[in-house]
Design a protein around this ligand. Structure first.
Ligand code: ADP
Length: 508
């Protein structure tokens, strides 16, 4: 490596890892995350429908809506229709007693919250899908066996929108907002209903725009319960508890396999290629990362460090990286609104990291994963410094120059604002269905051009407001770039989400 390049690499990837708050430029303030118990709670369940109490009282009675088979002695099996008395709620996993109608207790244990519903609640309706993004709804409705006029009602992830009716029509999916005002629900102002059920029944018999009437409710799939955090007393586990199955991917720093924990539960096993990771540092960093839980961040379950190579155990994401997804057939079918929706999910996950004073350092479409239910989750956060730096230093060609903020390349100044710069590039990748940014330029040319003020133009068919968001992320001065919360709000305000009802104005 020539001297000037090695100096640059050293600046990009400082040799001494930094955990202290006294060096804010490196932004590793994640040590400020509150210490918690050994069983951190996962993201909370969707809020209940209007008219119901915010948090059901303790010992509320629920009904099983999916069969659940306990995978561990702490969990409780039940069937559809079984009555469960919920005694304690901890994130997505609740403690419940299975009871007979006469009150006799049949067993106690931990159960997945999304396999239960209050007897009279919306969750019991075959067409109600709870909190779901436009992108998820679109993809689920397009899957077999759903056909013309299949529909679902969902609660938008965007707070300002509320309930949405999504309907498959002419090989596409259309989305209608259902405003909820003064105890009534409607799509068309002229037709108001006292419940979502009445609204659905009406449009099963009457037309809505050019949709003759609603057909069958969208096919529901049993939700995955792959989370094991509530079963783990420790996050350092022996390799013998894991079985490695087929390979899912081969990254620069690891090989990733589908695997099982205790022969039963699906997980992703990341086998690190780098043997020189400092054990103590690695444990300290993972302990912090274990406490971060968000719907749009990959859950880290455990690590295996008794021998080389180390394993990192995370939740399994069936559809692989966002980059592969965008370049594949499913990705090519996404419209602008769905692309913006994916970007919003990433901004949401990153705004949680921002709130927790943590940083990513390697945000790019290759480090976002897509789940079976089409949820996008940010992966590989936090560990970039420990796992990737030594590799970047020895193989300078691999440095992600095209994603890195100028101050990160020139002075090694990593911060949440350098992540915002990378998010702008990720937005470009999303809007171009996975193209390589700065086409035609090599790494060194990109750095020089960016330093002299060059910024990528709007990709073809990219809405101008999305390009203006990219330009905000690429402000020269880090403090002039938006926060991730600003970015999430800007993307949420996008007017690309919904159909206009007959005679009505386009929402949002
Ligand atoms: P590296 O950080 O070593 O470059 P990656 O994290 O990018 O490795 O993983 C390489 C590939 O493995 C990804 O592109 C993706 O296809 C697959 N992969 C990684 N993590 C998971 C996961 N949790 N679930 C499913 N596939 C994964």
């Amino acid at each position: 490596m020539c001297d000037c390049l090695s100096a640059c690499v050293r600046r990009l990837l400082p040799e001494k890892p930094n955990h202290g708050d006294d060096k804010p430029n490196h932004g590793d303030g994640n040590s400020k995350v509150d210490a918690g118990g050994k069983r951190p709670s996962v993201s909370p369940p969707a809020p209940p429908p209007p008219g119901r109490p915010d948090r059901p009282s303790e010992n509320a009675i629920y009904t099983g809506i999916w069969p659940f088979e306990a995978r561990h002695r702490d969990e409780l099996s039940f069937q559809v229709g079984d009555l469960l008395e919920v005694m304690c709620r901890n994130g997505d996993w609740w403690t419940a007693r299975k009871i007979e109608k006469n009150g006799r207790i049949l067993g106690t244990g931990i159960v997945p919250h999304n396999y239960l519903a209050r007897a009279e609640s919306l969750q019991m309706q075959p067409w109600f899908f709870g909190t779901m993004s436009r992108f998820e709804a679109q993809n689920i409705l397009m899957e077999p066996p759903n056909d013309e006029a299949s529909f679902l009602v969902r609660k938008s992830e965007k707070e300002s929108i509320g309930y949405v009716l999504s309907v498959k029509s002419n090989n596409a999916v259309r989305h209608f907002r259902i405003p909820h005002k003064d105890e009534s629900f409607y799509v068309e102002q002229t037709q108001q209903f006292s419940s979502l059920g009445d609204l659905v029944n009406y449009y099963c018999k009457h037309s809505l725009n050019d949709i003759v009437s609603l057909g069958s409710p969208c096919h529901k799939k049993k939700p995955n319960v792959e989370d094991i955090n509530h079963l783990l007393d420790d996050w350092v586990l022996p390799k013998s508890e894991f079985t490695i199955e087929n390979q899912l991917g081969n990254g620069c720093f690891s090989q990733v396999f589908r695997g099982r924990w205790k022969n039963h539960i699906n997980v992703a096993i990341k086998v690190l290629k780098n043997d020189s990771v400092d054990n103590t540092e690695f444990h300290r960093e993972v302990e912090i990362l274990k406490r971060l839980h968000h719907r749009h961040l990959i859950s880290l379950f455990a690590i295996c460090t008794e021998s080389s190579p180390y394993y990192i155990i995370t939740e399994l994401m069936e559809k692989g990286s966002l980059l592969q997804f965008l370049r594949g057939k499913e990705g090519q079918n996404q419209d602008a609104a769905s692309l913006i929706d994916m970007a919003t999910q990433v901004a949401d996950g990153m705004s949680y990291l921002e709130e927790q004073k943590s940083i990513h350092r390697d945000l790019a479409a290759r480090n976002v994963l897509v789940g079976e239910d089409y949820i996008c989750k940010v992966a590989d956060f936090g560990l970039a410094r420990l796992v990737k730096e030594p590799f970047y230093i020895s193989e300078e060609k691999k440095i992600p120059y095209k994603w890195s903020a100028p101050e990160a390349i020139s002075h090694g100044k990593f911060s949440i604002k350098s992540d915002v710069w990378s998010f702008g590039v990720l937005l470009y990748e999303i809007m171009t269905y996975g193209s390589v940014p700065y086409p035609g330029f090599n790494n060194r040319e990109v750095y020089n051009k960016v330093k002299s003020g060059y910024r990528m133009e709007a990709p073809s068919k990219c809405p101008s407001f999305i390009h203006s968001i990219m330009l905000k992320c690429w402000q020269e001065q880090p403090e002039n770039r938006p926060t991730f919360k600003d970015l999430r709000d800007m993307l949420e305000r996008s007017s690309y989400e919904l159909e206009s009802p007959p005679g009505g104005s386009r929402e949002q």
